[in-house]
Design a protein around this ligand. Structure first.
Ligand code: GH3
Ligand code: MG
Ligand code: MG
Ligand code: MG
Ligand code: MG
Length: 314
């Protein structure tokens, strides 16, 4: 969904479906006077074509129109257009109670009987505006919630929930198209000592600095990072073979080793140990399993730790 569609709009584009041109023009004037932009079409099929191409969160439709009638149009709109809510006002000369019920059942939000005064129409449009604004603010909250629910709040990296959903997809894609894929785990060295020596706040700041080194050394559009444990991270490198992953990990290792955090008790810094795994190195029987890849990286990370830390293995 485009940003402009979720933000509250000043003017809502209105689609008028009306086969009587003078009525259509009068409506258009009223709507424009009320601060909207209005487009007129004269049949249901034309209306659907407009809705396919453009953004019309408000539709005002007559019931008796050529071809598909207004009721059918309401039903089709409700079935087919779900990307954003379309507020539908039926505006008709059919004034029986039965017609009104049919119109509402077909999906109309309002059923107005001609002639409608300009004042009433403006008031009805205010209802439409309230509903549409409510919808867009709910949508925004949902987007924010979704993006927060897959991220770690301290570092901004993805969390394990995101990993469990996306790494299997990356692996599948790489295997299907015969593309390379690598990942590496890295774990900060003797991080407990940093906390002990400088306090947890400095420890947290160093964890944030990991984010800045990652941003400097990885490809922003392809690579992605997960906070895998407290001071352990997993980086996924699509379209990257083992040799490429070694280069990236080495670059990140240097960045972290050079990073200094100023504290009240002098500057603090840390190093990290890295373990890399690459798709071709996992046996074909296992290669779809993300656990196999991560285990492979974890074994290399263990090696890096036991060989003295601050190094890349894999
Ligand atoms: P090693 O080189 O073997 O990895 O040693 P280490 O001290 O880094 O490893 P250990 O697993 O013993 O300790 C990890 C430390 O990371 C202990 C824990 O308090 C710290 N840590 C984990 N999460 C956070 C966090 O969110 N903030 C801070 N400040 N510290 C954290
Ligand atoms: Mg008509
Ligand atoms: Mg440890
Ligand atoms: Mg550690
Ligand atoms: Mg650890």
């Amino acid at each position: 969904m485009e940003q402009g569609r979720t933000a509250a709009l000043e003017k809502y584009p209105v689609l008028i479906v009306e086969d009587n041109p003078p009525v259509c023009h009068t409506l258009q004037d009223t709507l424009e006077g009320a601060g909207h932009v209005a487009t007129c079409v004269s049949s249901g099929l034309q209306a659907l074509a407009q809705l396919e191409q453009g953004y019309f969160p408000i539709v005002i439709t007559d019931l008796v129109i050529p071809g598909m009638d207004g009721l059918e149009l309401c039903r089709v709109i409700r079935e087919r257009f779900r990307e954003y809510y379309i507020y539908i006002l039926v505006l008709t000369a059919r004034d029986s109670h039965e017609d009104l019920i049919q119109g509402l059942e077909a999906g109309a939000d309002e059923y107005l009987i001609k002639p409608v005064t300009e004042v009433e129409l403006r008031a009805r449009l205010k209802i439409a505006r309230r509903i549409l604004e409510l919808e867009s603010s709910l949508k925004q909250s949902l987007e924010e919630f979704k993006s927060l629910s897959v991220r770690d709040s301290l570092t901004g990296f993805f969390n394990r929930r995101y990993l469990a959903e996306h790494l299997p997809q990356e692996i599948k894609r790489a295997v299907r198209y015969g593309r390379p894929l690598s990942l590496f785990l890295f774990d900060l060295d003797h991080f407990k000592k940093i906390n002990d020596q400088f306090g947890h706040g400095v420890g947290d700041e160093i964890l944030r600095q990991v984010g800045s080194c990652v941003a400097e050394t990885l490809r922003q559009d392809l690579d992605w990072t997960v906070r895998y444990g407290g001071e352990e991270f997993l980086v996924v490198l699509p379209e990257t073979d083992l040799e490429g992953a070694r280069i990236v990990a080495e670059r990140l290792r240097l960045c972290l080793a050079q990073r200094q955090v100023a504290t009240a008790h002098g500057s603090a810094s840390t190093t990290a140990s890295f373990g890399i795994a690459s798709l071709p190195r996992v046996s074909p029987r296992q290669r779809l399993a993300m656990e196999a890849l991560i285990e492979c990286a974890d074994r290399c990370l263990y090696e890096a730790k036991s060989e003295g830390r601050n190094r890349v293995k894999g």
